[in-house]
Design a protein around this ligand. Structure first.
Ligand SMILES: Nc1ncnc2c1ncn2[C@@H]1O[C@H](COP(=O)(O)OP(=O)(O)OP(=O)(O)O)[C@@H](O)[C@H]1O
Ligand SMILES: [Mg+2]
Length: 411
């Protein structure tokens, strides 16, 4: 279910916004608009649909408009144009009173620099939002202790926050956000101030926490690895525009333009890209009992392959045959391909959601391709060695061929 719907949202900073908007409509770039009007385009016609319970990441370089976009969600910034609907209600239209109520109950922000009160205890910081809401002390401390436990800070309740490490302070920040039980968490570069090891740890913890709390999370980062790790979906921003929205795998395997392609080029993709996106779908197969060695050879030569999966009557994967074996059978006048088939015991089948990094070891002791099967063991695809290698190094197969042609030594 859709939780937040953003449509054609624009934020233009400066005085001549009307003029800037006209230029924007005419498709002028951020730089052109700045030069002509002196206005800065913060966000340009952004649209997105954030689902309930998902971690939606907005990623982009510094100045691309991420924070500006996020601040429109709770109206810390008033957009120049467009709509932001939460649960179907346009929050740009609601009055002051309703807005305050909305900020108190629906959405909370977690800041990069924690925004804590250093001379107050952890529990008092965590209970702060409830204190503002006028919740009585017993109730708010009880709630604070509960969420402090959730973020793994049990035992630190009465310590001063100023004495805690960065990672712990950010956990306090997270606990404070969770204490008011908001439906939506806005996290702007929440982990960027942490050192790398602690940052990785916090990312894992956020994912574990999300398993428990199922909030709708809008997470902002300029770090692609962080985006790929946390995001159910990612929107990539450039100069105020959203240039692509998709799952991590969609973005890695199908970058929308050269900008995104350059961005994702050096990413470690093996853990994200799956067998399903590198396989050849609905592959031709040899049918057991029906096809003899001659038919098998014909199919292989037609497909330009040297081995082929074998399926049973209902399309169930049962093994592989090789062209050399089929030739030998023909020469010997043998008919039943089962005699020369590599059976399930000798070959591996994988599911479509297996990450390609897990496929590499399977290729080590075989020159056969890999079968991809569904839950009923029906053959749905074939993965060949070169596609996996190409995917791991982030090159198109044609590029790999080119490297071979250019880099090889004539023997
Ligand atoms: N209050 C403001 N007045 C004028 N221009 C602004 C204002 N806030 C942001 N901008 C401009 O809007 C654009 C987007 O800024 P924003 O802070 O949203 O980027 P960001 O993606 O969050 O960057 P960072 O990764 O550095 O936090 C930038 O060009 C910035 O200079
Ligand atoms: Mg920012």
């Amino acid at each position: 279910m859709s939780k937040i719907q953003v449509e054609d949202l624009s934020v233009i900073f400066g005085r001549r916004t009307k003029e800037a908007q006209e230029l924007q409509k005419a498709g002028r770039s951020k730089v052109e608009i700045l030069n002509q009007t002196g206005c800065t385009v913060g966000v340009s016609k952004a649209s997105m649909d954030i689902q309930e319970g998902e971690v939606f990441v907005v990623m982009g370089l510094s100045g691309s408009g991420k924070s500006t976009l996020l601040r429109c969600f709770n109206r810390l910034i008033e957009p120049t144009d467009g709509t932001v609907k939460v649960d179907g209600n346009d929050i740009l239209q609601i009055n002051e009173h309703a807005l305050r109520e909305f900020r108190r109950t629906k959405m909370t922000m977690v800041f990069q620099h924690f925004g804590l009160l250093p001379h107050r205890t952890v529990s008092s910081n965590v209970a702060f939002g409830l204190e503002i809401q006028g919740v009585d002390e017993d109730t708010r401390l009880k709630k604070a202790y509960e969420v402090i436990k959730t973020v793994g800070l049990e035992g630190y309740e009465e310590k001063m926050t100023g004495q805690l490490s960065g990672g712990m302070q950010q956990r306090v920040g997270l606990a404070r956000a969770l204490a008011t039980d908001p439906e939506i968490l806005l996290m702007d570069e929440a982990f960027s101030a942490l050192d790398p090891l602690i940052r990785t740890q916090m990312q894992e913890e956020l994912l574990q926490l999300q398993e428990k709390v199922h909030k709708t999370i809008l997470f902002i980062t300029h770090d692609l690895d962080e985006a790929l790790k946390l995001g159910d979906r990612i929107a990539i921003m450039k100069d105020g525009l959203i240039v692509q929205t998709g799952t991590p795998e969609e973005i890695l395997t199908n970058p929308a333009d050269d900008y995104v392609r350059a961005f994702v080029e050096n990413v470690d993709r093996g853990g994200i890209v799956t067998a399903g996106s590198v396989m050849f779908k609905n592959p031709n197969a040899v049918r057991i009992k029906q096809d003899g060695p001659r038919a098998a050879l014909r199919k292989m030569s037609k497909g330009g392959v040297t081995s082929m999966p074998v399926v049973g009557e209902n399309g169930t994967f049962i093994g592989f045959v090789k062209d050399t074996d089929m030739k030998e059978m023909e020469d010997k006048g043998l008919r039943d391909i089962e005699q020369y088939m590599y059976t399930k015991e000798q070959v591996t089948a994988v599911k479509a959601d297996t990450p390609v990094a897990d496929l590499l070891p399977l290729f080590l002791d075989t020159d056969l391709n890999l079968a991809v099967v569904d839950d009923d063991r029906k053959l749905v695809g074939v993965v060949v060695h070169s596609s996996v290698i190409a995917e791991m190094i982030g090159k198109e197969r044609s590029e790999v061929k080119q490297i071979r042609d250019e880099g090889g030594i004539d023997l």
